[in-house]
Design a protein around this ligand. Structure first.
Ligand SMILES: *Cc1c(COP(=O)(O)O)cnc(C)c1O
Length: 460
C-alpha cells in the first residue's frame, strides 16, 4: 500500500505532459489542475481502502483526458424537466419568456436607469419601473416588488403589525416549505399571532370577537398548497374587508401564487386572481413572481398607497430589495400581460404548458418514441398519465398528459439515475409502476432534440 501511494504522480509532473499541455488550449488552467487533484485524490482513497487500481502517470493522464469536460461544467446548469410538475421548486420554478430573457441581456450588459430618472436627470426609484404596469393590470393604487413572497410577507407584517396583534384563521396557519411557517414568520416579524376559529371552520364572528385595541391587521392566507374538504367554512375576503373598514383595521391577503388569468380556462380548479382581491377592496396583497405568474423569483406587494408607502420606508426593504436582472425580466413579463390574455398564454412558458392541447403532447411523445425505439435493451411506449401544477399551487389539480414510458434491462430506479446523471443536460423524469416516465407537458418543443440526444447518450 505504501509503495502504491508513493507511486502516485504529482500534479506538477502531470501538467508537464504533452497531452495535458494540449488540454490547456481548450480549458482554463485552474479547471485542469482541479481535475488532476480530484483524480489523484480519488486514487489515493482507493489505495487506502485496499482497492487495486492503476497508479501510473499514464493512467492519470488517460482519466483526465476522458473526464475533463465534466470538470469544466458549471455547478448550476440547465436540466430537462420531464417530471410533469410545471412549477417544480427544485428545478427553478418558472422558465422565462423570450422577452424577459432579452430584457435581462439588454439591461444588464451595460448601465441602466435602474435608479435614475432620465427625464429629470435626478435620482429615481427602482420600483417605479413596474408600478404603472401593475396599476393597469390589477387596478391597485401602489406597488412594491421585493426579493420573494416570503420576504414580502415578512415586510408587510413587520411594517403594519410589529408589537401588535394579527388575526388569522386556524385553517390558514400553513407551512410553505423549508422553514417558512406562518406562525414563525409572524414571530420573527415581531407581530403577535391571534388565531381564531378552528381548522375546518372559521366564521366572521370569530374574527369580530378577536378584535381589540391591540389589533393591527387582519390576515388572510391563501391555503395554496393544501385543501380542506368536507365540513368547512371560511370567510370571503370581501366580508373581512367590510369588517376591517368597520373597525379601521387593514386587511392583508397572502395570495401565494399571483394569477393574472383565470386558470379555469385550462380545465383547472378555481384559483383566486389578483384582480379579484383588488376588487374585493383588500388593503394589501402579496404574491410570488415565479409561480403561476410565470416570471422571476420576486415578491409583489400591491395595495392602498398609505400602506405601501409605509412598507417602502421599512429599513428591511433595503435588505429584501429586488435586483436589476429580476426587475428587468419582471417588467418584460408584465408587459406581455398588458397585451392581453391570449398573448400571455402564447408567450409565458408556464401558461403555454398548462394550455397545451393533449393532442400535441401525444404527438410529441410519439415523435420521441420513434427516435428512441431502436435503442437496444429498452422498450419505449406512449402512455397517458397525469401532470401536476406544483410549486405549492393547486394541490388537488390533475391535468391529463402524455408520457414516454421507458422500461429495460436495469431496474427503473437505475434507468432514472442514468438519465439524471448526464454530465451535460440531466433529464429528470418520474417513476410509476416500474417504469420511468418522461412527461411531455413540461418538455418544451425546443427541448425535444436535446431530450432525445440525452436519453440516447444515457442508455447506449
Ligand atoms: C409560495 C408561497 C409563499 C412564499 O413565496 P416565495 O415567493 O416562494 O417566497 C408565501 N405564501 C404562500 C401562501 C405561498 O403559496
Amino acid at each position: 500500500m505504501k509503495e502504491k501511494l508513493r507511486l502516485l504522480p504529482k500534479v506538477d509532473a502531470v501538467l508537464e505532459r504533452e497531452e495535458v499541455k494540449g488540454l490547456l488550449n481548450s480549458y482554463p488552467r485552474w479547471v485542469v489542475v482541479e481535475a488532476l487533484r480530484h483524480i489523484i485524490e480519488e486514487k489515493r482513497k482507493s489505495i487506502l481502502s485496499g482497492v487495486d487500481i492503476p497508479v501510473s502517470e499514464d493512467s492519470v493522464v488517460e482519466e483526465l483526458v476522458e473526464n475533463i469536460h465534466k470538470f469544466s461544467l458549471p455547478s448550476l446548469r440547465r436540466v430537462i424537466n420531464a417530471t410533469g410538475v410545471v412549477l417544480h421548486t427544485n428545478l427553478g420554478r418558472a422558465p422565462l419568456a423570450e422577452e424577459a430573457l432579452r430584457a435581462i441581456v439588454e439591461v444588464s450588459s451595460g448601465y441602466s436607469n435602474l435608479e435614475y430618472d432620465v427625464e429629470k436627470g435626478k435620482r429615481g426609484l427602482r420600483y417605479t419601473h413596474v408600478v404603472e404596469l401593475l396599476r393597469k393590470i390589477t387596478g391597485c393604487e401602489d406597488a412594491l416588488v421585493v426579493n420573494n413572497n416570503a420576504g414580502a410577507v415578512y415586510l408587510v407584517l413587520n411594517t403594519l403589525a410589529s408589537g401588535k396583534e394579527v388575526i388569522v384563521s386556524r385553517g390558514e396557519l400553513i407551512e410553505i416549505g423549508g422553514s417558512f411557517r406562518i406562525p414563525d414568520v409572524m414571530r420573527s416579524a415581531g407581530a403577535i399571532l391571534k388565531e381564531v376559529g378552528t381548522t375546518n371552520k372559521t366564521k366572521l364572528s370569530d374574527y369580530k370577537n378577536a378584535i381589540t385595541e391591540r389589533t393591527a391587521l387582519i390576515l388572510k392566507v391563501h391555503t395554496s398548497n393544501y385543501r380542506i374538504v368536507g365540513f368547512t367554512e371560511s370567510v370571503p375576503l370581501k366580508d373581512l374587508v367590510k369588517l376591517g373598514r368597520e373597525y379601521g383595521i387593514p386587511v392583508y391577503e397572502d395570495l401565494g401564487s399571483g394569477l393574472f388569468v383565470d386558470v379555469r380556462r385550462f380545465g383547472l380548479p378555481y384559483e383566486p386572481t389578483v384582480k379579484e382581491s383588488m376588487r374585493a377592496g383588500v388593503d394589501v396583497v402579496s404574491f410570488s413572481g415565479d409561480k403561476l405568474l410565470g416570471g422571476t423569483q420576486a415578491g409583489i406587494i400591491l395595495g392602498k398607497k398609505e400602506y405601501v408607502e409605509r412598507i417602502k420606508k421599512n429599513p428591511m426593504n433595503r435588505a429584501l430589495r429586488i435586483d436589476k436582472l429580476t426587475l428587468s425580466a419582471l417588467e418584460a413579463t408584465f408587459r406581455i400581460y398588458m397585451e392581453g390574455e391570449e398573448a400571455a398564454i402564447a408567450k409565458i412558458p408556464v401558461l403555454s404548458m398548462l394550455a397545451e392541447p393533449l393532442e400535441r403532447l401525444r404527438e410529441r411523445a410519439e415523435r420521441v418514441v420513434d427516435e428512441l425505439k431502436d435503442l437496444d435493451g429498452y422498450s419505449f411506449e406512449v402512455l397517458r398519465d397525469l401532470s401536476t401544477v406544483g410549486g405549492g399551487a393547486l394541490p388537488t389539480a390533475e391535468i391529463y398528459t402524455y408520457c414516454v414510458a421507458i422500461a429495460g434491462k436495469q431496474r427503473c430506479d437505475e434507468i432514472e439515475e442514468m438519465l439524471r446523471r448526464r454530465p451535460k443536460v440531466p433529464v429528470v423524469g418520474r417513476i410509476k409502476n416500474d417504469r420511468v416516465l418522461l412527461d411531455m407537458r413540461t418538455v418544451r418543443e425546443q427541448e425535444v432534440g436535446l431530450l432525445i440526444e440525452s436519453v440516447k447518450e444515457a442508455l447506449s
